[in-house]
Design a protein around this ligand. Structure first.
Ligand SMILES: NC(=O)c1ccc[n+]([C@@H]2O[C@H](COP(=O)([O-])OP(=O)(O)OC[C@H]3O[C@@H](n4cnc5c(N)ncnc54)[C@H](O)[C@@H]3O)[C@@H](O)[C@H]2O)c1
Length: 376
């Protein structure tokens, strides 16, 4: 058990007897190690540095240049440098780790962090195979420390309000179907990607590595995971990946849910910039008995079934503009605040749904949730 967990138990226990003004006055820094400080890990390092009462005590990466860059970014805290994450987990002055390594390492690092009694903020997806997801689920469920997945959309105020409108106000009534997409234009100069990303065994392929965010939003809208998936897709434009590599650049998946909702999701990376119908970008159209909602990640508009009421904005402009604070909520959970909104169930369900879609595309047949063999 980390010393912070013990210190927190002590501080919370003393807070009970303390005067009301002292309640919640946990000011000790949470000693954090950053593991994997490439593209995303650098952004997360900045987020961690912006937290109150948090100190970055260690930086870990197998790439010396990435380590050096992160060390200078976090020079305020003078972190030590490591190339082996296991050594970091052995450190008694590390309370929490933030992991942004390649996707196939997330599960193993989560299992190890839980065994070492560390809190963990781990990038998505939690695994690229059902076995990896199952391993992380088991480890987190048996642990007392905090686990949060890097599915930050769960913390978007606009999306949270949209879900309230769908679930509590039932704006569309019973949901029948969802049509969603994550389209982008083919870049003139494709971004240089690391080798692990192009190796689908490591990244999980585009649908698992990238669309896991959108697939999670869809599951959130429906309120459960799908029972089956079918779909098709391939590498249509080989320029995106080097010869011999296989990564989808276009696919569509249909998911069927127990409550009868069916979902059509597509991800095309060759949406012509001038093409407006359908538009480019990330969208969700939710169809139900009272009408439909067209939504993005910063809000949504309701249209009644008969077109009688005009369009109704579901999220106020203030909430549309409000920023997410996923990292802040992680540290709040460590200090005894609410459990993460994006915990292990969200992580496992999203990854498994994406994996089910990928396998349906690869195997060209219907894949069922049962076949995945993981109870969430
Ligand atoms: N939540 C989001 O919005 C978001 C955005 C981008 C990326 N991501 C996720 O973040 C992760 C990293 O993506 P990226 O774009 O930063 O990739 P990246 O290649 O830029 O960074 C990964 C880093 O991990 C390091 N690494 C590899 N193996 C390691 C090991 N065994 N121990 C320690 N470090 C190791 C690499 O050297 C590299 O510096 C991926 O899982 C990706 O899906 C999430």
């Amino acid at each position: 058990m980390t010393s912070l967990t013990n210190r927190r138990t002590f501080l919370l226990a003393s807070a009970v007897a303390a005067p009301a003004t002292n309640l919640g006055a946990v000011t000790e820094p949470v000693r954090t190690a950053m593991i994997g400080v490439g593209h995303r890990g650098t952004a997360l390092t900045k987020q961690v540095l912006a937290q109150k009462d948090v100190r970055i005590v260690a930086i870990c990466d197998i790439d010396a240049a990435a380590r050096d860059a992160a060390q200078s970014l976090a020079k305020r805290d003078n972190p030590r440098s490591y190339d082996d994450y296991r050594k970091v987990l052995d450190l008694s002055d590390v309370d929490a780790v933030v992991v942004a390594t390649p996707c196939d390492l997330h599960s193993e690092m989560t299992v190890a962090a839980m065994a070492a009694g560390k809190h963990i903020y781990c990038e998505k997806p939690i695994g690229v195979t059902p076995e990896q997801v199952a391993g992380a689920l088991k480890a987190v469920r048996g642990a007392k420390t905090v686990f949060q997945i890097g599915q930050q959309l769960r913390y978007y105020p606009a999306l949270r309000e949209l879900m309230r409108q769908l679930h509590e106000r039932k704006v569309v009534g019973r949901i029948f179907a969802i049509k969603a997409q994550r389209h982008s234009s083919f870049p003139k100069k494709p971004r240089k990607r690391p080798a692990w990303y192009l190796d689908v065994k490591r990244s999980g392929d585009l649908i698992v590595e990238n669309a896991v965010h959108n697939i999670d939003v869809i599951n959130w809208m429906v309120g459960d995971h799908p029972l089956s998936a079918c779909g098709d897709g391939r590498t249509y434009l080989p320029r995106i990946t080097p010869a011999g590599e296989r990564m989808l650049d276009g696919y569509s998946v249909t998911y069927l849910h127990e409550n009868g909702v069916h979902v059509d999701f597509s991800q095309f990376r060759f949406h012509p910039p001038g093409m407006k119908r359908p538009p480019n970008g990330q969208w969700y159209a939710v169809y139900g008995e009272k009408g439909g909602v067209e939504a993005g990640h910063s809000g949504g508009t309701f249209h009644d079934l008969y077109g009688a009421e005009g369009e109704i904005e579901l999220v106020s402009p203030e909430v549309q503009k409000a920023k997410e604070d996923a990292m802040g909520k992680f540290y709040a959970a460590i200090r005894g605040g609410p459990k993460p909104l994006a915990g292990i169930e969200v992580a496992a369900t999203a990854a498994l749904t994406a994996i089910m879609g990928r396998e349906a595309i690869y195997q060209k047949r219907v894949i069922t949730w049962k076949e995945l063999g993981v109870e969430v």
